[in-house]
Design a protein. Structure first.
Length: 169
């Protein structure tokens, strides 16, 4: 048996049935507000089963962290029911489910945020044409953002995901 098809056990005990993982990819299948759709559930269900783990596309941890339309959200407990269906679909045949969490920061824009100015660690626009200059986060907002990543992790686990991946680009 090749190494790729052998089990992989992480230090904290999570075991993958093999070493094949689906990398996170943007699908743009969620509703405008970040709620999971049945198409999205089917997309991930069709790709799980034979592989060790699926990492979802990015899910924002707070409303001003939305990066694009059709993106998952884990910004409040209201998203847990849909995320639970997604996790269950991925895990149905023994594949582990990992939710990627992130904040769009300077890479988003006010049209995606419904008129709200993007926020980031500093007021420096992304290096691309027509990028907006974000508002620099205040110290207390940075603390809030850290707390929102923690809350998003709790929600992911409560929804049945086996773990989270932090998107930090």
């Amino acid at each position: 048996m090749s190494t790729m098809n052998s089990k992989l056990t992480f230090k904290r005990g999570l075991e993958l049935k093999n070493r094949i993982m689906m990398a996170p990819m943007t699908t743009k299948m969620s509703f405008y507000d970040g709620v999971v759709t049945s198409d999205e559930i089917n997309y991930y269900a069709l790709r799980s089963g034979e592989i060790g783990a699926v990492i979802t596309g990015a899910a924002n941890v707070q409303n001003d962290g939305k990066g694009w339309e059709g993106e998952l959200s884990v910004a409040s407990d209201a998203f847990i029911p849909g995320l639970s269906k997604l996790a269950a679909a991925i895990k149905k045949n023994g594949t582990k489910a990992i939710l990627q969490i992130f904040h769009g920061g300077r890479m988003t824009d006010s049209s995606v945020l419904r008129g709200v100015q993007p926020v980031a660690p500093s007021a420096v626009a992304a290096e691309r044409p027509n990028a907006e200059t974000p508002r620099a986060l205040a110290d207390d907002e940075i603390v809030d953002l850290i707390e929102n990543f923690k809350a998003a992790t709790r929600r992911a686990i409560e929804a049945g995901f086996d773990g989270v991946e932090l998107h930090g680009a």
